[in-house]
Design a protein around this ligand. Structure first.
Ligand SMILES: [Zn+2]
Length: 256
């Protein structure tokens, strides 16, 4: 059995156990308190290993849809195309996410603009509905998920590896001369709650139900996503994701 299958079996058993416990606790416990506690810091470092990070800004106007590297703007914070004030969410995110959702993002690249990675952290606000099943957003935006698997990334700071869900995606597009082309990308993610971490959306939902019912609390969960281009003929992006995520992970830990 390959490691990703084993991890999924474990996840299923956990979900069943958590639901059983939740059902039991429902009988005995009442009342849920929202806490402001999150499992990570809402901040992306300026550097991750040998990657340098750049700030990205988005125009809130749906018809404009401009996105810019902050450092290259002539007038800071203003859309050069339409004059709107730029922010860190695009129009779709602004429309879909509750107002108190926290979000940070950066574009990272190695020397010579190699191995470019868009990194983002979404931290749920009070109503906890900020985080969706990522697959839904991807297919809605025209991406086809070609393959989906969990990779296990060794970490220096602890014995247990970091589990990250990697989706290989492709999308039909056109070249500048009008000929059809296929764009191949990856989208990788994991979730972090207070003292919790998982690559599975279902496991995250089970933890939320468990904490709500058994401990009477609802913590703020964070969703960490990495995306970039991939070579369709190789798995080289797995190593790129592992190199990046293993260096990002310690930078997101909360100081005790
Ligand atoms: Zn604009």
């Amino acid at each position: 059995m390959d490691p990703s299958q084993k991890s999924f079996l474990g996840a299923r058993l956990f979900v069943i156990a958590a639901l059983a416990l939740t059902a039991w606790a429902l009988v005995f416990k009442t009342g849920v308190a929202n806490t402001d506690e999150a499992g990570i810091v809402l901040q992306l470092p300026a550097q991750v290993g040998d990657w340098d990070g750049l700030d990205l800004l988005f125009c809130p106007d749906r018809n404009c849809g401009g996105q810019y590297l902050a450092a290259r703007l002539e007038t800071p914070g203003v859309c050069p195309r339409c004059g709107a004030a730029l922010g860190n969410m695009n129009w779709a995110e602004r429309a879909m996410l509750p107002k108190d959702t926290g979000m940070v993002r950066k574009y990272y690249a190695r020397a010579g603009n190699r191995d470019g990675i868009h990194a983002s952290i979404v931290l749920s606000g009070d109503d906890r509905s900020s985080i969706h099943r990522p697959q839904v957003c991807m297919t809605a935006s025209g991406h086809e998920i070609v393959r989906e698997q969990v990779i296990r990334i060794p970490l220096e700071e602890r014995a247990a590896p970091l589990e990250v869900m990697v989706m290989d995606m492709s999308r039909s597009t056109t070249n500048s001369d009008g000929t059809p082309a296929i764009q191949t990308t990856f989208y990788a993610y994991w979730f972090v709650g207070k003292d919790r971490e998982t690559a599975s959306h279902i496991v995250r939902m089970a933890w939320m139900a468990y904490d709500r019912v058994v401990h009477g609390v609802s913590h703020r969960w964070a969703y960490i996503a990495l995306s970039g281009a991939r070579d369709p003929a190789s798995n080289a992006h797995f190593q790129t994701i592992a190199d990046f995520a293993s260096r990002l992970h310690p930078a997101l830990l909360k100081p005790d």
